[in-house]
Design a protein around this ligand. Structure first.
Ligand SMILES: [Zn+2]
Length: 464
C-alpha cells in the first residue's frame, strides 16, 4: 500500500485525496510505494503506461487514450556530430496529445473517476492542459484550465478543440497555479495541477521504467526544468528500479533551464538575486517561482548531476539540429537538452563512451514562436551567400546543360572545383538539377523543379 510521505519531516499521510503539502511542516509530499513487497513483482502486459500499474498508487478506473510505450531513438547522426557514441532520445511527442503529460492526465483522470469527481481543474503552461482536456473529453468530465497570458498557441488550440473551459490568469503560470489552488478548494473540483498533485510524479516516473526496459540505465539523463517536478519524477523512477532490485545503477541527472529564466539553477548555485527579465521562448519551462525546486535540487544532488542554463539562441539552433539530423520536431524546452548535451561534451564532462538519454517532452508543432520563425524563414529563402552560388549555378544551367569544369569556369573560377561539385551534389539531391553521362563526361541539367525555384527567386527579388 502506498503512503504520502513528507520530504522534510518524513510524516506519512493517507494517499487519497492527493495532497501536495505537509500539514505539519509545509514540506512537499511524495508517494512511497511498498518496495519490499513489490520486489517479487514483474512488469507485465503490453509495452505502455499501464504495464507499470502495480508500481503506482492504487487506481481502480483506467482512463486511457493509449499513452506511454514511447520510442527511445538511437540518435546516430546527432551523436557523430557531437563526437560521442551513445545518444538516445526518449520521444514523448508520440503520446496521444503529443506530450509526456498524457501519462499524468491518464492517472489523474482515473483517480478523479475513482473518487467520483465530475469536474477537474488545472493550471498549466500548456501541455498538461491539452492532455487533461483530451482525457476529460473522453470520460465526460468537466475540465477547467487556468492558463497564463504567455501560452503556446498549439496547446491552446488543443484545449479549445477538446472543449475545456479556459480561463486566463496571470502573465506566467506561477499566478495561474495560485488561482487553481483557490478554485479547487472553493468549488470542490479535483486538483490536477502538476505542481499540486503528487500523482503526476508517479505517472511520469514510468518514463524511467520504460527507458530501463528499452536500453538499460543510462550514464546520464538530461531533462529540462520548469517547476522542477519532471526531473524529479525521472530520478524517482530510476531510484525505485534500484530499490526494487531491478537495476544496479542510477544515472546522473542533468537539469536544464533557459538562461533568461533559471530560478532553480540560481538557487542551486546560491545566487540570491533573481534575474530581471525572466523570459524565454521556451514557454513550457517559463516558470519564475518553481514550486518543486526542492525536488529538482534533490534529484541533481543525490544523483551527483549537473545543472545547465542555456541561452535562447542555442535552444533554437538545437531545435533545428535534431529536426534535421534525427527527424524529430521537439518543443524548444526539450531541444534545450540537446544544447546542454553539446556543452557537457565540449567541456569533457560527458565522455565519449557514456550513454546519454535526452527527454523530448513534447512536439514543436505546439510552439507558437517556432512556427512563426519558420514561416518567416520560408519567406526569406534566396538571400545569403551560399544560396547565391547555387542560384548562379541554376542560372548557368537554365541557359543550357553543362559539365563541372565548364560551370566552374563560368562561375569565374572564384572557388575551388570541389566546392563547385559540392554545390552541384546538393542541388541534385534536392531535385533541382539532374546529371547524365555524355561523351564520357558528367553533364548537369536543370529540372522543372529547378526552373520553378528560379522563377520564385526572381519574384522574391522584385519584393525585396
Ligand atoms: Zn512535513
Amino acid at each position: 500500500m502506498a503512503v504520502l510521505r513528507c520530504i522534510r519531516c518524513s510524516s506519512t499521510f493517507e494517499p487519497y485525496p492527493p495532497n501536495y503539502k505537509c500539514p505539519r511542516c509545509g514540506g512537499l509530499l511524495e508517494y512511497e510505494i511498498d518496495y519490499e513487497n513489490l520486489k517479487k513483482e514483474k512488469f507485465s502486459g503490453k509495452f505502455d503506461f499501464w504495464r507499470y500499474r502495480k508500481f503506482l498508487p492504487k487506481i481502480r478506473n483506467k482512463a486511457t487514450l493509449g499513452e506511454g510505450g514511447t520510442p527511445l531513438h538511437r540518435a546516430e547522426r546527432l551523436a557523430s556530430r557531437l563526437k560521442v557514441r551513445n545518444v538516445y532520445l526518449k520521444d514523448e511527442t508520440r503520446n496521444p496529445t503529443n506530450s509526456f503529460r498524457d501519462r499524468s492526465a491518464a492517472l489523474m483522470v482515473s483517480n478523479a473517476m475513482d473518487m467520483n469527481y465530475q469536474a477537474v481543474v488545472c493550471a498549466t503552461n500548456g501541455n498538461l492542459g491539452a492532455s487533461l482536456a483530451a482525457y476529460c473529453a473522453k470520460y465526460g468530465i468537466v475540465c477547467h484550465v487556468i492558463v497564463p497570458k504567455l501560452v503556446d498557441m498549439g496547446k491552446l488550440a488543443q484545449m479549445l478543440i477538446y472543449d475545456a473551459i479556459i480561463e486566463e490568469h496571470g502573465e506566467t503560470v506561477d499566478e495561474s497555479i495560485e488561482k487553481a489552488e483557490k478554485l479547487a478548494e472553493e468549488a470542490g473540483w479535483y486538483q490536477a495541477t502538476p505542481e499540486l498533485n503528487p500523482l503526476v510524479i508517479e505517472a511520469q516516473k514510468t518514463i524511467a521504467y520504460e527507458i530501463f526496459e528499452q536500453e538499460g540505465t543510462p550514464d546520464w539523463m538530461i531533462v529540462s526544468m520548469g517547476s522542477g517536478g519532471t526531473i524529479y519524477s525521472i530520478w524517482k523512477g530510476f531510484k525505485e528500479l534500484q530499490l526494487l532490485g531491478k537495476a544496479d545503477s542510477t544515472p546522473r541527472m542533468v537539469g536544464v533551464q533557459a538562461q533568461n529564466c533559471s530560478p532553480i539553477i540560481d538557487k542551486l548555485e546560491g545566487k540570491v538575486k533573481r534575474q530581471k527579465k525572466n523570459l524565454t521562448h521556451a514557454l513550457a519551462i517559463l516558470v519564475r517561482k518553481p514550486l518543486q525546486e526542492e525536488l529538482a535540487i534533490k534529484a541533481i544532488k543525490e544523483s551527483n548531476g549537473k545543472a545547465m542554463a542555456i541561452p535562447d539562441q542555442e535552444i533554437i539552433s538545437a531545435e533545428h539540429e535534431i529536426a534535421r539530423l534525427e527527424g524529430i520536431f521537439a518543443e524548444p524546452a526539450s531541444s534545450a537538452t540537446i544544447a546542454a548535451l553539446k556543452k557537457l561534451v565540449d567541456e569533457g564532462i560527458i565522455e565519449k563512451n557514456e550513454r546519454v538519454v535526452c527527454l523530448i517532452t513534447g512536439s514543436g508543432l505546439k510552439a507558437t514562436d517556432i512556427l512563426q520563425s519558420l514561416t518567416k524563414k520560408r519567406k526569406t529563402v534566396g538571400i545569403g551567400l551560399e544560396i547565391s552560388t547555387k542560384e548562379r549555378i541554376l542560372r548557368i544551367l537554365s541557359e543550357r546543360e553543362s559539365y563541372g569544369y565548364e560551370i566552374w569556369k563560368k562561375l569565374g573560377k572564384t572557388m575551388t572545383r570541389p566546392a563547385v561539385y559540392q554545390h552541384l551534389n546538393e542541388l541534385e539531391q534536392r531535385g533541382l538539377i539532374t546529371s547524365f553521362i555524355k561523351k564520357k563526361r558528367k553533364f548537369f541539367k536543370i529540372t522543372r523543379r529547378g526552373e520553378r525555384v528560379l522563377e520564385a527567386i526572381n519574384e522574391l527579388k522584385i519584393l525585396l
